[in-house]
Design a binder for this molecule. Structure first.
Ligand SMILES: [Zn+2]
Length: 488
C-alpha cells in the first residue's frame, strides 16, 4: 500500500523589507496542523488536497502534517521557522515507514540564519527517511533553486504560470513522477541551467506564452519528465537569486542538462522582449486621463504585498489627488487602524480619515481625506485561481471627488475583481482601477479592463532590477550587465 507524507511550509521573503515575518503572520495565513485538507484550499494548501486525493485513488494512505504559509514580508524570525520546521520533522519521525514525501514550499523563504529554508528542510527530511524514500517538492516559480535542494530532493517541480493558476496541475504531475519513481518505473535525475537573469516574466502573454507551451510539449518524451522555469525572486538577497531552468529526466543526467540549456538559451534570446513594461506615474496617469473608456487597470507593481511590500503606499493616490482625476478606485490598502475607525463610525458615516503611509519609507506619506464609509464586510475573501484568500475585514470608502478606496485588515495583494465587488463596488462604472499587485490580478481583471498599465511608482519592490542593492547575490546578471556569461 502506498503511504505518502504531505506538508506545506513557506513564505516568500523580501530580505529588504523591514516587516518581520513572525508567528502571527503565519497564523493569519495558511495555518493547519494536519487537517488542511479538511478546509477549503488556498494556493499553497491546494497541493495537499491533490496529493491526498491521488493517494486515496490508489487505495493508499496519507499522513498529513503542517500546512503553514505566511503572506510575503521580511525575513522570518529564526525561532518561528525552526518551530514550524521541527513540527513537520517530528510528524515525519512519528509517521513510521512512508514511500513518498511531498512538500509544498515556496523556494524563496529566508529565516534568520537560514538563507535557504527549503534546502534546510529537505536535507533534514532526507536524513530522517534515508535514500530510498522518494522526496518531491513543489515550488512557486519565484524561487531560488539551490544545490542543497537538488541534493536532497528526487523531484522538484515549480509552477509554470504567472499568475499562479496551475498549482494543482503541477502538484498532480509531481505526484505522478514521484509515485512512478517509487514503483521503479522511472529514475528521476535533475539538472539546472543558470540563466543569470533577474526579471519578471508574465506568462499569459507572448513571448512567454509560447515558452510555457514548449516546456509542456517537451515533457513526457525523449526521456524528459518535467521542465520548470524558476523565475527567481528579485527582492531576495541570497546567493542563488537568479532565474534557472530545472529539468527532471529519466535516468540520464545528460538529457536533463541539454534540455535545461536549450530552454535557458531560448529564454536568454527573448530577454529584450521580456523587459519590464512599466511606465512612471506621470505617464500612467496621462494615459488614464486620455483613455476614451474605462476601466483602465493600473497595476501598482511596487506595492505588491505578494512580493513583501506593505500594500499601504500612497504615491499613486497622491498623484491622482494632485491632478484631480476622479472616478478612480484604489485598493487594497492594508490599514487596520483606518478600518478600525470606519468600524467605529459605521456604514454611512462621514469622517476625516488618515490613510496609508504607515509601514516605512516605502509606503510614502499618509494621506488625510474626508470620506464616507460605504460598506464594511467582515471576513472578506477574494478568489485566486481555484482557491480563495482572506482579506480580513474590508471597507469601501469614497470621497466627494470621485475617489474610492478599499481598506482591509489582512495584508494581501489584489487577486480578483470579487475582492472589490463583495463590497458592492461596480467596477465597470469606474474609469480607473489601481490594483496593488504585480501580475496575479491579471487573470481576473484582463477580461474587464479596457487597458492594463503597469506603473513603476516608488515602493518596496521597485521593478528596476539593475539597481537592486544585493550583497549576497554576487553573480553577474542581466540586466545589470548586458552579457553576464562574458563577465564570467
Ligand atoms: Zn510567485
Amino acid at each position: 500500500m502506498l503511504r505518502t507524507f504531505i506538508a506545506c511550509l513557506g513564505t516568500e521573503t523580501n530580505t529588504f523589507s523591514p516587516m518581520p515575518t513572525g508567528m502571527q503572520t503565519f497564523e493569519e495565513g495558511t495555518f493547519y496542523h494536519g487537517d488542511a485538507t479538511r478546509h477549503p484550499p488556498d494556493l499553497f494548501s491546494e497541493p495537499l488536497h491533490v496529493w491526498r486525493r491521488m493517494t486515496e485513488e490508489r487505495q493508499g494512505q496519507t499522513v498529513e502534517s503542517l500546512a503553514a504559509f505566511a503572506q510575503p514580508g521580511g525575513t522570518t524570525v529564526r525561532a518561528v521557522y525552526e518551530r514550524l520546521r521541527d513540527e513537520i520533522l517530528d510528524d515525519l519521525r512519528r509517521a513510521g515507514p512512508v514511500d513518498v514525501v511531498l512538500l509544498a514550499m515556496h523556494g524563496a523563504m529566508v529565516a534568520e540564519g537560514y538563507d535557504d529554508c527549503e534546502g534546510d528542510l529537505l536535507a533534514r527530511v532526507r536524513a530522517i527517511v534515508g535514500p530510498e524514500v522518494v522526496v518531491g517538492a513543489e515550488l512557486d516559480l519565484h524561487c531560488s533553486v539551490t544545490a542543497r535542494m537538488l541534493a536532497n530532493a528526487d523531484v522538484i517541480v515549480t509552477f509554470k504560470e504567472y499568475p499562479h493558476v496551475d498549482g494543482a496541475a503541477r502538484a498532480a504531475e509531481l505526484f505522478d513522477i514521484c509515485v512512478r519513481a517509487r514503483e521503479g518505473a522511472v529514475r528521476p535525475v535533475m539538472a539546472v541551467h543558470d540563466c543569470r537573469m533577474i526579471n519578471m516574466w508574465r506568462t499569459p502573454v507572448e513571448p512567454f506564452r509560447s515558452v510555457v507551451a514548449q516546456m509542456q510539449a517537451a515533457e513526457g518524451r525523449d526521456g524528459v519528465l518535467s521542465v520548470s522555469f524558476a523565475h527567481g525572486f528579485p527582492w531576495g538577497d541570497v546567493a542563488d537569486a537568479s532565474a534557472k531552468v530545472l529539468v527532471v529526466a529519466d535516468g540520464e543526467v545528460g538529457i536533463a542538462e541539454r534540455t535545461a540549456r536549450n530552454f535557458g538559451d531560448r529564454i536568454w534570446d527573448l530577454r529584450e522582449q521580456c523587459r519590464q513594461p512599466t511606465v512612471d506615474i506621470t505617464a500612467a496617469l496621462d494615459a488614464l486621463a486620455a483613455a476614451p473608456r474605462g476601466p483602465v487597470v493600473l497595476a501598482d507593481v511596487a506595492d505588491n504585498a505578494g512580493g513583501g511590500a506593505p500594500s499601504d503606499s500612497t504615491f499613486v493616490l497622491a498623484a491622482l489627488l494632485e491632478r484631480g482625476i476622479g472616478n478612480v478606485l484604489v485598493g487594497h490598502f492594508w490599514d487596520p487602524i483606518a478600518v478600525r475607525f470606519c468600524q467605529e463610525a459605521g456604514e454611512g458615516a462621514t469622517l476625516d480619515l488618515r490613510i496609508g503611509g504607515k509601514c516605512g519609507v516605502a509606503s510614502g506619506m499618509p494621506i488625510d481625506l474626508r470620506v464616507t464609509v460605504r460598506r464594511i464586510v467582515a471576513d472578506a475573501r477574494q478568489s485566486f485561481g481555484t482557491s480563495t484568500s482572506s482579506m480580513g475585514t474590508a471597507v469601501w470608502v469614497s470621497t466627494d471627488d470621485g475617489i474610492d478606496l478599499t481598506l482591509n485588515t489582512r495584508r494581501t495583494q489584489v487577486f480578483h475583481p470579487d475582492g472589490f465587488e463583495q463590497l458592492g463596488i461596480d467596477l465597470a462604472a469606474r474609469h480607473g482601477i489601481v490594483v496593488k499587485s504585480t501580475q496575479h490580478f491579471y487573470d481576473g481583471f484582463a477580461p474587464i479592463a479596457s487597458e492594463v498599465i503597469y506603473v513603476a511608482a516608488p515602493g518596496a519592490i521597485p521593478p528596476d532590477f539593475a539597481a537592486i542593492p544585493y550583497t549576497k547575490f554576487t553573480t553577474a546578471y542581466w540586466p545589470r550587465v548586458e552579457d553576464p556569461f562574458a563577465a564570467g
